[in-house]
Design a protein around this ligand. Structure first.
Ligand code: KIV
Ligand code: ZN
Length: 517
């Protein structure tokens, strides 16, 4: 870093826009765990949720505000009074609270969605920011669909928001329509066209509909944006948001050329990415930049030879710097508590007391079924602890399957439901279907399995299988994840994980489940 480098603020919206990804629904413990990890990662702002949207969102934002220290904790609101007051109630426990209020400024949004005139939108922006400012010092104002808005009108609205007290002015490309050259120019035009904008922080929020969110964010930074809104693994509405790890690593890797720095602790990137993927159920594509399984894999002989001779022949970043460990064999059945604790420490997990005991117990159970426990197994074990920490209405007690060539598969499942042990059996074409049918007989939920995928956590024939399912109920989709050395068990766990999420959102459905004595 040179003395002239400029600081870019990283505003993380994994828990707000990221959680708006179809099928993602995090519970409060999961959100808290991600927020704590984001603080370790060193983000400047955590947008923890949209408090008026639901009771669950409100509770998660207020817990994060009270318990997560370091970053600014931000809550989203429209410009309506009730929204802003609710956002304030949620963030007020934070050391550094922020209210982020927004109204749409493009003609298409104003006339079709809001049914408001330009004058009304200006007033909404003024009144919204003014109310937020009466509650907290730090107020961010966003003009939704800014990039498709009339530039003069947009500048006028930003001017009004600044007069009302906004400290951060955000320019979203809500529908991911911009290209880098024009988005850079657009940010510059706003910077030059709004009086007193230099007294605020200029922010951008880019969506990835054309796969340009990261490029647009970088173009904006070069043209005066000081804050970028990003999400871990690039998750978010539709094609997602600009990916945190890609923006950060582009700024870091090309720092000599670009001249910007962030406060991100790069070593925590991989762990944050894995945790977000495990808890949201959104798998990372293998060729995803920075954190994909193949991001540092070299397939061709020429490349392998080059990397062996000199890593930098084909690697522009050092994977170890990102917290991606190259060590393979770690622990086994005979490893003790001390070795376990040390290995976790080297992966960034500092466990003590009861938490250590619980993790050690799970580790021993895994080691009974899997000879070699690799770093990947440990990371996923840690994240699964968070998944399993929330109370389960349905709990898998046991599972038995029989299947083979030319015979129908049968499955018997023991399910503890609200403390009561039930058992059902079912036949089907395959063992997973048989297990799911048996579970359905007991839960009786009107659900539909939409997607099912399975992958191995590590290499080797004894690898744990990781199953991700999405299950729909009405118009809502819920993701579930399950892990086991037995892939049918992993499948059942994933399905039950999704059903537990459904029952949390629709507690009345508990009544439809059969309770046979
Ligand atoms: O995409 C968008 O415009 C948003 C705003 C609420 C900032 O998410
Ligand atoms: Zn967005």
């Amino acid at each position: 870093m040179s003395g002239d480098d400029k600081r870019v603020y990283i505003f993380d919206t994994t828990l707000r826009d990221g959680e708006q990804s179809p099928g993602v629904s995090l519970n409060i413990e999961e959100k808290l765990a991600i927020a704590q990890q984001l603080a370790r990662l060193g983000v400047d702002v955590i947008e923890a949720g949209f408090p008026i949207a639901s009771e669950g969102d409100f509770n998660a934002v207020s817990r994060i505000a009270k318990e997560v220290t370091g970053p600014i904790i931000c809550g989203l609101s429209r410009t309506e009074t009730a929204d802003i007051k609710r956002a304030y109630e949620a963030v007020k426990g934070a050391n550094r609270p922020r209210i982020h209020t927004f109204v749409a400024t493009s003609q298409i949004h104003m006339s079709h969605k809001l049914c408001k005139t330009t004058e009304q939108v200006k007033e909404m922006a003024y009144e919204g920011v003014k109310l937020a400012k009466s509650l907290v010092e730090d107020v961010e104002f966003s003009a939704e669909d800014a990039f498709r808005s009339d530039l003069d009108f947009l500048c006028e609205v930003f001017d009004i928001a600044i007069q009302a007290g906004a400290t951060v002015i955000n320019i979203p490309d809500t529908v991911g329509y911009a290209t880098p050259w024009e988005f850079g120019e657009f940010v510059k035009a706003v910077r030059l066209g709004v009086p007193n904008i230099d007294k605020t922080i200029i922010s951008v929020h880019c969506h990835n509909d054309l796969g340009l969110a990261v490029a647009n964010s970088l173009a904006a930074i070069r043209n005066g944006a000081q804050q970028v809104e990003v999400a871990v693994n690039g998750i978010g509405e539709r094609a997602g948001n600009a990916s945190l790890e890609e923006v950060v690593m582009a700024l870091y890797t090309r720092r000599n050329y670009l001249g910007f720095t962030t406060n991100i602790n790069i070593r925590e990137i991989y762990r944050t990415s894995r945790m977000t993927s495990t808890l949201t159920g959104m798998q990372i594509q293998p060729n995803k930049a920075i954190v994909g399984k193949n991001a540092f894999a070299h397939e061709s002989g020429i490349h392998q030879d080059g990397v062996i001779k000199e890593r930098e022949t084909y690697e522009i970043m050092n994977p170890e710097m990102l917290g991606i460990t190259s060590k393979k064999l770690v622990l086994g059945k005979l490893s003790g508590r001390h070795a376990f604790k040390l290995q976790l420490k080297s992966l960034g997990y500092n466990l003590e007391g009861e938490t250590l005991e619980k993790a050690f117990f799970e580790f021993k159970q895994l080691a009974d079924r899997k000879k070699e426990i690799l770093d990947e197994d440990l990371i996923i074990l840690m994240d699964s602890q968070i998944l399993g920490s929330s109370e389960e209405y349905y709990h898998l007690e046991y599972l038995q399957v029989s299947s083979g060539t030319n015979i129908a598969a049968t499955s018997t499942v023991g399910l503890r439901m609200n403390g009561k042990l039930l058992e059902e059996a079912a036949c089907a074409d395959g063992p997973v279907e048989a297990a799911y049918s048996a579970i359905n007989k007991m839960t009786k939920l009107p659900v539909r399995l939409e997607t099912y995928s399975i992958s191995a956590v590590t290499g080797g024939t004894d690898a744990q299988g990781e199953v991700v399912v999405s299950v729909s109920m009405g118009s809502n989709t819920f993701m579930g994840r399950g892990l086991s050395v037995d892939i049918i068990e992993a499948s059942a766990r994933a399905y039950i994980n999704a059903l537990n999420k459904i029952i949390k959102v629709y507690p009345d459905l508990k009544n439809v489940s059969v309770v046979s004595e």
